[in-house]
Design a protein around this ligand. Sequence first.
Ligand SMILES: *Cc1c(COP(=O)(O)O)cnc(C)c1O
Length: 465
Amino acid sequence: MTSLALQRGYIPGNQPDARRFKVFTRRHIDQIPQLEQLSLSDLNAMKAVSAVLPFRVNSYVVEELIDWSNIPQDPMFQLTFPQPAMLSSDDFGRMYSLVAGGASEETIQAAAREVQRTLNPHPAGQMELNVPKLHGEPMLGMQHKYRETLLFFPAAGQTCHAYCTYCFRWAQFVGIKEFKFANSEAESLVEYLGAHPEVISVLFTGGDPMVMKTSLLRRYIEPLLDPRLDHVLSIRIGTKAPAYWPHRFVTDPDADDALRLFERVANAGRHIAIMVHYSHPRELETPIAQKAIRRIQSAGATVRCQAPLIRHVNDAADTWVELWTRQVRLGAVPYYMFVERDTGPKRYFEVPLARALDIFRQAYARVSGLGRTARGPAMSATPGKVLVVGTASVHGEEVFVLKFIQARNPAWVGKTFFAKYDTAATWLDDLKPALGEERFFFDEGADTGDQPRGLSRSGLFSLTQ
Ligand SMILES: *Cc1c(COP(=O)(O)O)cnc(C)c1O
């Protein structure tokens, strides 16, 4: 039987665009031709930092997205290649001496582990607080923090086509294990959803689920189309593949199969949304990146776009105007502008909330309503997703107006609250209640499940988030 997709015909993939996926990691730093222009000490610096923070790029990112005439400032270079200032000067000095002094890989790795543990590897208490249970057993690979949406981390999707230097899930990539598909995993997902009719959206995330072959992805997604799980209205796939490896949707051998899978979801009466992480407008500039979006759309899926605001990468209003404008031009929907999370090389990338708000508002003012579907700046924090709505002066006191757009406690969703205006604050934890309040309303009550931030520093290399 010919599928509907084939009868209708996708926008054809263009075989001359085809590329074989070629990856470079820390071990291949000396093999990246574009790095030959660097000095020995620059290369050693890169090896020192990448012992601590994950590093992985591919030939498409290296050859088509980075402007090598403008390194190290180039935003795509900053986005994918380790920089010395991503570590504290002490940590960098220590790692650099080991690498430059020819220390054994074992010694380097041991030192790297110590540094990693100091970098808040699991922010927002994700590992401890949000793993759901079924029949008293923890459901590994799932997170159910917000009532309506279940996050699912397929074991075979826990890597990416390239790594972002600012990744908030960096910790899972530094001790890479072999992750394998387990039938039991897909079965648990179905069983959990069967028992939870309140879940109306399933979000596949990682890593990047699109690193999986379509045949594997199908084994996770198709069971959700069973009429017994009809309460699942939407299936989302969080991915950066359209930015880092658009060939996944255009020329890879199973690209068409992926589109057929998306179409199956749509034909089953569910919405399929590809939640793409676009950090910079250049990721939307290449013909193959644009073709990937058109092909995804031609299969009946929606492309929604989100990214954090990151110093050195996209911390300018012009960049966001360009990003949202290109998305709208391609029929993709701007979704979230996140605040960089409190983990890893945060110091290097962080943008104060006050400045993030300025950038957001300036950019927002310069796009039409079709671009103003973007929400931000938003912090994905322990109690929930907190939007920095704006600033105000209340009885002469300057305040941030904040609002929960997601919350661990559904009763908090949509609630606004105030914090003292502070030009230095970069995260929710830095904010102080305003207007004479002692604490924020969500800090009260022991039954919220909220935990102090320090708790999230344990369990560096466990698989679940
Ligand atoms: C952001 C997020 C979601 C999805 O939230 P939406 O507002 O529905 O996009 C779900 N779970 C967690 C833990 C999240 O951080």
